[in-house]
Design a protein around this ligand. Structure first.
Ligand SMILES: Nc1ncnc2c1ncn2[C@@H]1O[C@H](COP(=O)(O)OP(=O)(O)O)[C@@H](O)[C@H]1O
Ligand SMILES: [Mg+2]
Length: 370
């Protein structure tokens, strides 16, 4: 089997007939008249991992619950492996789920937790124990099968939850903020671990998270969600480098806000004309360009350049941030730490932009206050 590479898998245009393929088509959901999912569509290719990334309350968990059969959509269709599952109950769907809170059965050992789904599916005791032990080994807990949840760390409990979800050989794995209750070191290690297992098992996976680093480092494709819709679904590289909306640009990275004049589809920033790459046409003549810190260049000040003064250095490891005062604004400029040393605090610099495209934000008309 060819494994997807870190730059993302290929996505053929027609995948609807592939086994394991998962699709939400035009799904809407409202609670008490309030729209939570708004005509949301999403397709997963067999074996890929997609992350839905968005702020709290944007509808991520609701999307998972609809896929799992724990909620019915008001409109739209859920298809799993070519069969329409829109109204199928949760227990008849072959789906593994891992939630943020460990949700293991406290009175069952790790091994019994992993074997639980197999017992429901009437696998005999010998078969259950063998499969549970294989799964515990897969998640690095071979020695811990006899322990109860309270005897395991948070990270270990999430590994058991993952093993339990995988034990039934699901057609789809759903992960709802699986790492957000863990501390940073454990989180980073489990990210890699989950990704390795997901690839090794070739299991189609939808993860939801509000953590952009988690989404960008783990998934083949990421869908950025806002208000019950997917704003943009693309590889991490595309989302970061070629966002199509102001929200995506700001949600998947840091941006500086630099005002400029728009004409003929370009905005002028520091004397350079950048192509305005917004998906929606921009009508206004003034706009704010959203420029990443690593896309601003500094040079020793020359006459005529856009002028700034370095006012602060922040060491971030291999990168450093310069805080540069430019008119009334402070801009963050990221550069390799050895380079940053050339621009001590107080240095006058001229500023440039090293990109040829940008997303802009247009001013929102604020209603007059009464
Ligand atoms: N069962 C429910 N009844 C009423 N409102 C709900 C219910 N489930 C979710 N919501 C609301 O729907 C919105 C989206 O929730 P959710 O999908 O949990 O968001 P997320 O997981 O992105 O934080 C929230 O405003 C939430 O309060
Ligand atoms: Mg949620």
């Amino acid at each position: 089997m060819s494994s997807p590479n870190a730059l993302g898998v290929a996505h053929p245009a027609t995948v609807a007939s592939r086994p394991g393929h998962v699709s939400l088509a035009g799904v809407s959901k409202a609670y008490a008249g309030r729209t939570v999912l708004d005509d949301l569509s999403l397709d997963l290719v067999q074996g890929e991992m997609v992350a839905l990334l968005g702020p709290s309350g944007c509808g991520k968990t609701t999307t998972l619950r609809i896929l799992a059969g724990l909620e019915r959509p008001d409109a739209g269709r859920v298809t799993i492996a070519g069969s329409d599952e829109t109204t199928a109950p949760a227990r008849s769907r072959n789906i593994g789920v891992v939630f943020q809170h460990y949700s293991l059965f406290p009175h069952l050992s790790a091994r019994e937790n992993v074997a639980y789904g197999l017992r429901i599916r009437r696998v005999d005791r010998g078969g259950r124990t063998q499969r549970a032990d294989e799964l515990l080994e897969l998640v690095g807990l071979a020695e811990h099968g006899g322990k109860f949840p309270h005897q395991l760390s948070g990270g270990q409990q999430q590994r058991v939850a993952l093993a339990r979800a995988l034990a039934i050989q699901p057609q789809l794995l759903l992960l709802d903020e699986p790492l957000s209750a863990l501390d940073a070191t454990v989180r980073a290690r489990l990210r890699e671990e989950i990704r390795r297992i997901q690839r090794q098992e070739g299991i189609t996976t939808l993860m939801v998270t509000h953590d952009q680093e988690e989404a960008l480092t783990m998934a083949d494709r990421v869908g950025v969600m806002l208000d019950g819709r997917i704003e943009q679904l693309a590889t991490p590289e595309t989302l970061y480098n070629e966002p199509e909306t102001p929200f995506v640009s700001q949600f998947v990275g840091v941006v500086n806000r630099i005002e400029g004049t728009v004409a003929g589809g370009r905005i002028t920033v520091f004397g350079a004309g950048l192509r305005v790459a917004n998906r929606e046409p921009v009508a206004s003549a003034r706009a704010v360009a959203l420029i990443r810190p690593e896309d601003i260049s500094v040079q020793s000040a020359r006459v005529g350049g856009a002028a700034g003064v370095v006012v602060e250095h922040i060491l971030r490891g291999p990168l450093s941030s310069l805080l540069v005062r430019h008119g009334a604004d402070h801009l963050r400029v990221d550069l390799a730490t050895p380079m940053a040393g050339s621009y001590p605090v107080g240095t006058p610099v001229s500023l440039g932009v090293t990109r040829t495209r940008t997303i802009v934000e247009t001013p929102v008309e604020t209603p007059a206050e009464s």
